[in-house]
Design a protein around this ligand. Structure first.
Ligand code: IPE
Ligand code: IPE
Ligand code: MG
Length: 252
């Protein structure tokens, strides 16, 4: 992979990717239906967006609904879709005012026409915003992302636009749903599980991982600050030795 010495030494994450987990347990602990936890999670989304916009993070990616979450009870899936729609409608102007650019990744063909339209409109409305790119992963799976990239590349080869020798890591990057975005520097998963659950499988190759037991609705700006602090204390080596990194003797 190609890195620059700046990337090796950077101590602020440019891209933070989050698995927002633990909404259901947050509600169940309070003897409330899981839906209450999902609703409570929305304020943590607002807090994370605000923190990132104020702290010069370029990209915040949030895993909102995985390609496997369709396996949940129908009522919960319906509720999550409705919440997604209503949050989008409610938040879009506020995000636009904050100069946030919204981008959705995932297979949107599974969503209602109305929701797909809202998503496109939100992207269009905010496309020139520069303070923060907010990536919402819905009906997203890392394996899906690699498959759809492979299909695009295959089609280009089949139609003669590309030769198979041109398949490089960079070419794959350019066909992933995250094309044009820096790779995540910091991955956060709330809720205590220590797994990736089919989130950005390719993109997380060199990401620093941070797991916390804090449930997503309780994850506030100070929790995020704590995660960033942990990230800042780490030495990223990208395969080099510690001495090379410290001496900045890396030829890249
Ligand atoms: C994450 O919280 C939100 C989504 C997956 C949509 P969960 O709903 O997975 O909460 P837990 O893990 O059951 O507590
Ligand atoms: C991952 O959480 C997906 C999202 C947060 C959207 P899950 O709660 O679905 O993950 P598993 O099933 O526990 O691995
Ligand atoms: Mg969960």
């Amino acid at each position: 992979m190609s890195t620059t010495s700046n990337e090796l030494l950077s101590n602020y994450p440019r891209h933070i990717a989050v698995i927002m987990d633990g909404n259901g347990r947050w509600a169940q602990k309070r003897f409330m239906p899981r839906a209450v936890g999902h609703r409570a999670g929305v304020k943590s989304v607002r807090a994370a967006v605000e923190y990132c916009a104020n702290n010069k993070v370029d990209v915040l990616s949030l895993f909102a609904f995985s390609s496997e979450n369709w396996r949940r009870p129908e009522a919960e899936v319906k509720l999550l879709m409705a919440l997604f729609m209503s949050s989008l409608q409610r938040e879009i102007n506020r995000l636009d005012d904050k100069n946030v650019c919204l981008r959705f990744i995932g297979d949107r063909t599974a969503f209602s026409d109305k929701l797909q339209q809202k998503m496109s409109e939100a992207e269009e409305q905010t496309k020139d915003n520069k303070a923060l790119t907010l990536v919402i992963a819905v009906n997203y799976g890392g394996r899906w992302d690699l498959c759809q990239a492979a299909q695009q590349v295959f089609n280009k080869i089949a139609s003669g636009v590309l030769e198979k020798q041109q398949i490089t890591e960079q070419l794959i990057n350019e066909h992933l749903s995250t094309a044009g975005l820096p790779e995540p520097d910091l991955f956060i998963r709330t809720g205590g599980e220590q797994r990736v659950s089919n989130f950005m499988l390719w993109q997380l190759a060199y990401t620093e991982m941070y797991f916390t037991f804090t449930l997503w609705p309780d994850f506030d700006q100070s929790s995020l600050e704590e995660a960033v602090k942990s990230f800042k204390g780490r030495q990223r080596r990208f395969g080099h030795t510690s001495e090379q990194v410290l001496n900045q003797a890396v030829t890249l």
